[in-house]
Write a protein that binds this ligand. Structure first.
Ligand SMILES: C[S@@+](CC[C@H](N)C(=O)[O-])C[C@H]1O[C@@H](n2cnc3c(N)ncnc32)[C@H](O)[C@@H]1O
Length: 257
């Protein structure tokens, strides 16, 4: 197959902006290009112009590309150590906490927090948001494949899930405790609303400028002293380093200054 010419890359990113609710300029260029090319190769297309024309007329391809670009990989209690610190150290210090799982994918992270609050007998209000409307619908359904539960403690699995054939359904009490919304991080304007914001494995896909802008939005959205949790390989960017202080650096937990 002919090598995809790079100067035309702008054609496809312009088209993406027109046909989907996704702004390529907020994302890191290399992974973005790699993913778009992978989609094109699968379709046997080696020309950005041709792929752009396809995107203009094929809604299903738009959805497929969006799924590839947003990467929805997640699972319950992902990186369990963070949830251990939350359960033992952080949640017990909060009263009726309000919690935001930003970039929540299919909701496993938001529901993991709801399960912890339930275990601790705490009332909480939790919202999960994501740019991808399809995963938000999945989150609302609360039905998961076995693979989503691989990090879960067997006791929790037994208490909070009902087996349905090959799937696992969350009990209603947990399912109804979390609200989900389809939201792009760029348009979020919460003010001092949360005790805890968890945004893991989302910033890594964003370019530095948008990372910084997003982190400052998280700062605005947190109540004084509120906590921010990032993914294992993520860290604070730019001026956000000055407005948060580390609480548990190994687990990427920060507190609002
Ligand atoms: C790898 S998943 C992370 C899920 C979960 N936080 C975790 O760590 O298990 C990344 C999620 O970020 C979402 N995302 C990417 N860009 C976004 C944006 N601009 N606004 C909101 N969500 C976004 C994707 O749709 C995807 O569901």
């Amino acid at each position: 197959m002919k090598k995809i010419e790079e100067p035309d890359f702008g054609i496809v990113t312009d088209t993406i902006k027109k046909v989907m609710d996704f702004e390529p300029e907020h994302y890191k260029l290399k992974p973005l290009r790699r993913r778009i090319k992978a989609r094109m190769r699968r379709l046997g297309i080696d020309d950005y112009q041709e792929y752009s024309i396809l995107l203009m007329k094929d809604k299903e391809e738009v959805e497929r590309l969006k799924r590839v670009l947003t990467i929805n990989l997640t699972r319950f209690f992902r990186n369990r150590e963070v949830f251990r610190v939350l359960e033992k150290e952080i949640l017990p210090t909060l009263t009726n906490p309000s919690i935001w799982s930003a970039g929540c994918a299919d909701g496993a992270e938001a529901y993991s927090l709801s399960i912890l609050c339930h275990k601790l007998n705490m009332d909480c209000s939790i919202i999960g948001t994501d740019i991808d409307s399809e995963v938000i619908e999945k989150a609302k359904n609360g039905i998961y494949k076995k693979i989503s539960l691989i990090e879960i403690d067997p006791e929790i699995k037994k208490r909070y899930f009902i087996r349905e054939g090959l799937d696992y359904r969350l009990i209603n009490e947990i399912r109804s405790s979390v609200k989900f919304e389809n939201l792009d991080l760029k348009s979020i304007a919460f003010k001092m609303a949360f005790d805890l914001t968890i945004c893991r494995n989302v910033l890594i896909y964003l370019n530095k400028a948008f990372q910084e802008q997003t982190l400052l939005r998280f700062y605005e959205a947190l109540k004084p002293g509120g906590y921010l949790i990032l993914g294992k390989i993520e860290s604070l960017a730019g001026s956000a380093k000055e407005v948060f202080k580390p609480y548990d650096i190994r687990n990427r937990i920060y507190a609002k200054n």
